[in-house]
Design a protein around this ligand. Structure first.
Ligand code: C2E
Ligand code: CA
Ligand code: CA
Length: 518
């Protein structure tokens, strides 16, 4: 089959796979990009939520501290009850301490005290209006991390309010559970941090993870850090799934598109359009004088990539693809174009043998096509011989009608490849046929076997009885030619006389006189 010569399927498969891979890569990366983008947006939303919550919270604490500032000028005894109730009603406040001249003198938790802030919390800078520190614990609740905050009194003199806050990350942890993408959160002052990674205060730099986002809280020396996996396994899986599906769908669509593009017979039509077909002529000589009495026209296909494709392959292919009619019409055109030159090479009445496929012979338009072909040839010079095979006669009734029409119109019919088909003998009696072309398989045997083929003998006897004119195909040696002459075969065709030739070769052809003499 033709596919052996030009295999469109391989090309389709390769191209489809390539298209599929490209689509997979593009869609896969696009999906990763989108997932990444969505993830970042989600994280930013989480962060914005936290920022809002924390800002509100610290604003609230600042407000409470502000309202406590007047108490810093009082005695602890006067201030204690207000201090305690304020601490009790402020969310997450562990204690409020009043500070004067750098010394904490009153605590909402323990009442009067006298501890210099330098001792209590050397990290805090009392000169700042607001300062913060993260501590591993307080004397009353050691081991429970706490945020310490300093609010300086506007009147200065190292006076102010000091607060210790239980900043619990629990609400965020709850949120974290919902956000599988979120690995953890940390609140940090300088490098000290309270985080979801540890119950204790940790140094940010000692954490294994690198934060995905770090944002300072406006107006506070506090930074929020958000941790997340760089690539979520789920995202990757989903991207791979998308890539796989896109790849498969694209590959299938490409294949489908290409299959419809190279739809059956497309090559034949485009080869016709691109002039890839050409014809060759093989002389047929009479066996008595060995002079050229006609030619058989044979078609050739010079494919741009597959090279010369043998007619056995492409004729079958064209038949299978229902392209034989346009192909034969093209053949007619090619012959008609050569005909004026052929006329100068061949005597009046020369036979022009053309091979006709059954797929064409039995179409409605065949008679019209063959008439048009004859009209395209020089008038009254050639006799058209239609070479058909035995299987073309299977539709007996139509064949009988067609053959008699052809005979009436002056066409001749040759039965081709005789002896290779099935049960041809019956047709020989039933139809009037002009020539019997003996298949070259039988001719081959002449000279190689001591006794010639009994089938060949039978064929020749039969032809004689039916008074049919015989043509031997595939005559390659003078011995074969002589044997055929002696056995009454009328015409000879084969490499011994000439290989099929292009018109140019035929014009230049000057054979030495043929001889079959010993
Ligand atoms: P075919 O009609 O039997 O054509 C004769 C074949 O035998 C040709 O093969 C020819 O080149 C080859 N041949 C001639 N002399 C010799 C010889 O001495 N030795 C050997 N070994 N071979 C010889 P080709 O051209 O390859 O064509 C093969 C077949 O393809 C043809 O067989 C015919 O059935 C088909 N074909 C060729 N051209 C056409 C066409 O235009 N239309 C149709 N329908 N079929 C065609
Ligand atoms: Ca033939
Ligand atoms: Ca033949």
């Amino acid at each position: 089959m033709l596919t052996r010569h030009i295999d469109p399927r391989r090309k389709i498969i390769v191209l489809s796979v390539v298209a599929g891979l490209c689509a997979a890569i593009i869609i896969g990366s696009a999906q990763l990009f989108i997932a990444r983008h969505n993830h970042e947006q989600k994280m930013d939303a989480v962060l914005a939520g936290m920022q809002r919550w924390l800002s509100d919270y610290f604003t609230e604490i600042a407000r409470s501290a502000r309202s406590l500032q007047p108490l810093t000028t009082n005695d602890c005894a006067d201030a204690a009850s207000e201090l305690t109730s304020r601490a009790a009603f402020s969310i997450n406040v562990r204690a409020f301490l009043l500070v004067n001249e750098g010394t904490a003198f009153c605590s909402s938790a323990t009442g009067p005290m006298n501890v210099p802030m330098k001792t209590l919390l050397p990290a805090l800078d009392l000169n700042k209006t607001l300062d913060m520190a993260i501590l591993p614990g307080t004397p009353m609740l050691p081991g429970r991390p706490v945020i310490a905050m300093w609010f300086r009194n506007s009147q200065g003199n190292s006076r102010g309010v000091f607060a210790t806050l239980n900043v619990s990350l629990t609400p965020f942890l709850v949120y974290t559970v919902r956000q599988q993408a979120l690995n953890g959160i940390a609140l940090a002052v300088d490098h000290k941090a309270i985080s979801t990674f540890s119950k204790e205060v940790a140094d940010l730099r000692s954490l294994d993870a690198r934060p995905f986002r770090s944002v300072p809280l406006p107006g506070l020396p506090l930074t929020v850090h958000l941790y997340t996996e760089k690539w979520q396994a789920q995202e990757i899986q989903f991207a791979l799934l998308c890539a796989g599906m896109a790849g498969i769908i694209t590959a299938l669509l490409t294949a489908l598109l290409m299959y419809t593009r190279v739809r059956p017979g497309k090559e034949i039509l485009s080869a016709i359009k691109n002039n890839q077909f050409y014809v060759v002529y093989q002389p047929v000589v009479d066996s008595t004088e060995l002079r050229v009495r006609g030619v058989e026209v044979l078609m050739r296909w010079k494919h741009p990539t597959a090279g010369e494709i043998p007619p056995d392959a492409f004729i079958q292919y064209a038949e299978a693809q229902k392209m034989i009619v346009p192909l034969t019409l093209h053949l007619f055109q090619l012959i008609a174009r050569d005909a004026p030159v052929l006329k100068t090479l061949l005597p009046q009445g020369a036979k022009l043998g053309v091979n006709i496929s059954p797929g064409h012979l039995h179409t409605e338009n065949f008679t019209r096509d063959i008439e048009a072909f004859r009209r395209a040839l020089p008038e009254d010079h050639f006799t058209l011989v239609l070479e058909i095979t035995e299987r073309d006669m299977l539709q007996q009734r139509e064949a009988a009608r067609l053959f008699s029409w052809l005979h009436n119109e002056g066409y001749e019919i040759a039965i081709d490849d005789f002896g290779t088909g099935h049960s041809a003998l019956i047709y020989l009696e039933r139809f009037t046929l002009d020539y019997l072309k003996i298949d070259r398989g039988f001719i081959n045997a002449i000279g190689t076997e001591t006794v010639t083929s009994p089938v060949l003998d039978a064929v020749l006897t039969l032809a004689k009885r039916l008074k049919m004119v015989t043509v031997a195909e595939g005559v390659e040696t003078p011995e074969q030619a002589r044997w055929l002459q002696e056995n009454g075969v009328h015409f000879l065709q084969g490499y011994y006389f000439s290989r099929p030739m292009t018109l140019e070769q035929f014009v230049a052809w000057r054979p030495a006189p043929f001889s079959t003499r010993r």
